[in-house]
Design a protein around this ligand. Structure first.
Ligand SMILES: [Zn+2]
Length: 138
């Protein structure tokens, strides 16, 4: 797999180095020069263990970019949490009750019915058309 393909949808511009000797200053300059405007220059270096095997692949990026990245993720997580909260519509029960008082029909669960209908259309309501009780497994 090409690293470039994998990271195309991220804000990272990756410069990958697999050299025996890690020349951080030199590699970093190349990484910054090669990065597109508005992208986060990211250097990936392979670190060898004492036996010439792979100890780890490390990412080097500006600390400020890392902090921004984390802040963005936290913002996104907070937004998702907010969006998952159930929406409460104030006064909905009262609206349904007064609509029923005005002559609209409701099923026995309180779901409003269309004027020409006698069966509920609320999904999963036992008074709806086509409702099937869940079978209890024995
Ligand atoms: Zn119903």
């Amino acid at each position: 797999m090409d690293l470039t393909d994998f990271f195309r949808d991220t804000p990272l511009d990756i410069e990958a180095k697999n050299h025996k000797t890690i020349k951080l200053r030199e590699f970093w300059k190349q990484t910054v020069q090669g990065a597109s405007l508005g992208r986060i220059p990211t250097l990936v270096v392979r670190l060898e263990d004492d036996n010439g095997g792979i100890l780890d692949d490390l990412a080097v990026l500006r600390f400020s970019d890392l902090v921004d990245f984390i802040a963005e993720i936290q913002d996104g997580t907070k937004t998702i949490t907010d969006l998952r909260k159930p929406i409460e519509v104030a006064g909905l029960d009262e609206v349904v009750a007064s609509t029923v008082q005005k002559g609209a029909k409701a099923c026995r669960n309180g779901h409003l019915l269309s004027p020409s209908r006698t069966q509920c259309f609320a999904k999963g309501c036992p008074y709806s058309a086509g409702y099937k009780a869940k079978k209890i497994k024995k």
